[in-house]
Design a protein around this ligand. Structure first.
Ligand SMILES: Cc1cc2nc3c(=O)[nH]c(=O)nc-3n(C[C@H](O)[C@H](O)[C@H](O)COP(=O)(O)OP(=O)(O)OC[C@H]3O[C@@H](n4cnc5c(N)ncnc54)[C@H](O)[C@@H]3O)c2cc1C
Ligand code: SF4
Ligand code: SF4
Length: 462
């Protein structure tokens, strides 16, 4: 019976209208739509969706409460495993996690788990539902470096256990990539992100911004001078990569991180902002992940004609399927199997184009993906005013360099086990700082596991 109900479509801003504004694209479910979609869930005895969620949100249980109209109860169930549901419901790559394993997807469309999670989280924010339980202060202090999803999740779990937690953040606003990277049209800052951060603060977590850990204060200072009993490092992977091709120093070449930080954190997209942002008439974005889609769609909204240049095919695009779909609907062009070899410019030092070569797919590489191989004599140039490099990021080495005994791997990540235990006693780490650029939910999961390990460590410490 349930299998016959088609997936309830979610309302979205019209592509032509939204391509000119920064308001959220997806409008979410109404109460009635959420009830209808929740009724599609079969409440499986062995829910594959739950196993595929990196933090094991109790999916059939919360969906059953939505189907019964008990939205506050549904929110309570989600909160057991996820501290950032309004965010994860919006940005998790559901198609390869929870929804990718939903049995309803075998012969039809999976249950819209992400949209239901988002609905519940938004409903509880709008209805001011609070169920933050915490124990009294247990006398122990933990420092958290970085206020991204990893740091926020670790801090909130520790605060609930009674620890005195202070987050140290280098930027002037907390949230990590949620604040400076992912654009407003995917993740509203003043409502969604701010509210989730307020929830963490409501647990008693202090957030000190404008603190460069490794310069303003070192990890050793945290133990020796500030009296912290343990430290969690969730400093992310904010160091952009470039291609190392001729012309990358021309004016008009910018990393996606800088471009998005100008727009999101410094609000350059808003009229009257004092932060400049340049897009010219034509923009090329190099890369195919979420970062590339965000940069492309931001440049489009700032008035440019935008082309994404990616060296593999559409099938290999690492971005969330929804972002690629939205980007295409909005009019972003894709030049696939295309690899830049040089950025060309004029006598004044400004970009005028990207020289590329045509690629074809060869044998699979170590990761199982077919490697792109250049087609001989296939060079061509794409005219452009701006090139945005969205080729991935790696962890900033500053903290590891200024913390004696903290081991790093060859990609610059801090070496830590599943529980976040590092080579330095009392120092734990997780999220992108350990794995390199990954996802919000993986960082959140790492922060939660590290919080449990820190609790265990401090309970047993003499
Ligand atoms: C543009 C963009 C789009 C993305 N889209 C998605 C998506 O759709 N879905 C998804 O799941 N993931 C997405 N990701 C990836 C995801 O956002 C990250 O994997 C996640 O934020 C990592 O969390 P984190 O807590 O480890 O680090 P971050 O979010 O990077 O937070 C680290 C924080 O530490 C701070 N910090 C760094 N060094 C120091 C220091 N020395 N002292 C003090 N503070 C410091 C940083 O300023 C930052 O605030 C995207 C990433 C980007 C850049
Ligand atoms: S946290 Fe992410 S993966 Fe888990 S159920 Fe929610 S949307 Fe799915
Ligand atoms: S696998 Fe799909 S149908 Fe089964 S419990 Fe999970 S969401 Fe419901």
């Amino acid at each position: 019976m349930a299998a016959r109900i088609p997936r309830v479509p979610v309302r979205e801003q019209d592509p032509e209208i939204r391509a000119k504004n920064f308001k959220e694209v997806c409008l979410g479910y109404s109460d009635e739509e959420a009830l209808l979609e929740a009724k599609r869930c079969l409440n499986c005895k062995k829910p594959a969706c739950m196993t595929a969620c990196p933090v094991s949100v109790k999916i059939p249980f919360f969906i059953a409460q939505v189907a019964a109209g008990n939205f506050a109860e549904a929110a309570k169930i989600i909160a057991i495993d996820s501290s950032l549901p309004a965010i994860c419901g919006r940005v998790c790559p559901q198609e390869c996690q929870c929804e990718g394993s939903c049995v309803m997807g075998v012969k039809g469309e999976p249950v819209a788990i992400g949209k239901l999670e988002r609905f519940v989280a938004d409903w509880s924010r709008e209805n001011n539902v609070k169920f933050l339980e915490k124990k009294p202060f247990n006398g122990k202090k933990v420092a958290v470096v970085g206020s991204g999803p990893g740091g926020l999740a670790c801090a909130s779990d520790l605060a609930k256990l009674g620890y005195g937690v202070t987050i140290f953040e280098v930027l002037h606003k907390p949230g990590g990539v949620l604040t400076y990277g992912i654009p407003e049209f995917r993740l509203p800052k003043d409502t969604v992100v701010a509210a989730e951060i307020e929830n963490v603060k409501a647990l008693g977590v202090k957030i000190e911004t404008n603190v460069v850990v490794g310069r303003t204060i070192t990890i050793d200072d945290m133990f020796d001078k500030e009296g912290f009993d343990a430290v969690f490092i969730g400093s992310g992977a904010g160091l952009p990569k470039f291609m190392d091709i001729p012309g990358e120093n021309l004016n008009g070449v910018v990393s996606a991180n800088e471009f998005l930080t100008r727009s999101n954190l410094m609000k350059a997209y808003k009229e009257g902002s004092r932060t400049p942002i340049y897009v010219g008439n034509k923009v090329c974005v190099v890369g195919g992940g979420n970062v590339a889609m965000d940069a492309a769609r931001t440049a489009l909204r700032l008035g440019a004609e935008v082309t994404v240049v990616y060296r593999r095919t559409e099938k290999e695009l690492p971005a969330r399927a929804e972002e690629v779909h939205h980007a295409k609907e909005e009019g972003i062009q894709f030049r696939l199997l295309t690899n830049p070899v040089e950025i060309v410019g004029n006598e004044k030092g400004w970009v005028t184009g990207i020289k590329c070569e045509q690629m074809e797919l060869g044998e699979p590489d170590a990761s199982g993906r077919r490697s792109p191989v250049a087609v001989p004599d296939s060079h061509f140039t794409i005219d452009t005013d701006v090139v945005i490099m969205a080729l991935g990021t790696s962890p900033n080495p500053l903290i590891a360099q200024t913390t004696p005994g903290l081991e790093r791997n060859r990609k610059g990540g801090i070496v830590a086990n599943e529980d976040g235990v590092t080579s330095r006693e009392g120092v734990f780490a997780g999220g992108d700082a350990v794995t390199g650029a990954a996802t919000v939910i993986l960082a959140m999961g790492a922060g939660k596991r590290a919080a449990a390990a820190i609790d265990e460590y401090l309970k047993n410490k003499k």
